[in-house]
Design a binder for this molecule. Sequence first.
Ligand SMILES: Nc1ncnc2c1ncn2[C@@H]1O[C@H](COP(=O)(O)OP(=O)(O)OP(=O)(O)O)[C@@H](O)[C@H]1O
Ligand SMILES: [Mg+2]
Length: 297
Amino acid sequence: MSEPRTGTGATSARADNEQVPDPVFEIRDIEAGYGRAALVLRGLSVTVTAGSVVCLVGPNGAGKSTVLKVASGLLAPRSGSVLLKGADVTGLGTRALLAKGIAHVLQGHSVFREMTVEENVRLGAYTVGDAELVEQRCARVREVFPVVGERWDATAGLLSGGQQKQVELARAMMLDPAVVLLDEPSMGLDPKTTTALFDQIARMRELGTAVLLVEQNARRALEMADVGCVLDLGRVHISGPAADLLADPALGRLYLGAAPNASAASGAPDAATAPGPRPPADDEPPTNTAPDDGSRP
Ligand SMILES: Nc1ncnc2c1ncn2[C@@H]1O[C@H](COP(=O)(O)OP(=O)(O)OP(=O)(O)O)[C@@H](O)[C@H]1O
Ligand SMILES: [Mg+2]
């Protein structure tokens, strides 16, 4: 096993002796922040290869969600570049990036509660003109996300939080994206539902989708991920094969908190993302209270 690397370097390898596939998605030397406030990201680089899951962990306020906002075009970086399949897409907006294959599943719940599961899922493909292709993709997401298939005709607002999250993943997969950005998908879910959700993210990987995942359940997410990146002070502090990060006792103590069994059993957030020395700012929305009123997808 290779050693986890420290610094701002990009991350792409699963293991040193394995052939590394071409990157699907890269952010390079990104500097980004909000308005006139100090920079949040200070030269941050991450690379995601096809069919792999890269997991970002780090304390509250480290900039994890900001990375995903830059990646999906919600926030323009001050410098650095965003590359999709080698093409520079820096500065393009969310609509253009979505059309090019970058899907962002936001933190919290974002289904249209009054609409059926089917209607929610089909919304993900509203730009796809080929009706047959849409049907094929519906069939695929119903197979990958069993709850979506079973509750196809149900009103989405009646589903549990974990079930609604599956609907969101299914909706994101309807455009057959090259990369899916997932912000804390297990937030508020019990350990069993979290396990099922991570199994489905692994299935998305099997289908060839690249996943950039932000998680508070750092240990459990790293057990499923291929590559882990620990963010701190707006940079990638340490990165490497997820298994190596998990196996490093010092890293575990510093960033991953309690022993695996304790963490899994309690379902508690890990130290990497538990409230720490840098609490979220007052103007930050409380987590898991995001649009639940069906006002926007
Ligand atoms: N819309 C915004 N306007 C101003 N500052 C913001 C905004 N969103 C985030 N920030 C600030 O940027 C910094 C990084 O926030 P970000 O949400 O990326 O952190 P995070 O690592 O995702 O944290 P958490 O684990 O709490 O979700 C924080 O200091 C936060 O207060
Ligand atoms: Mg966040």
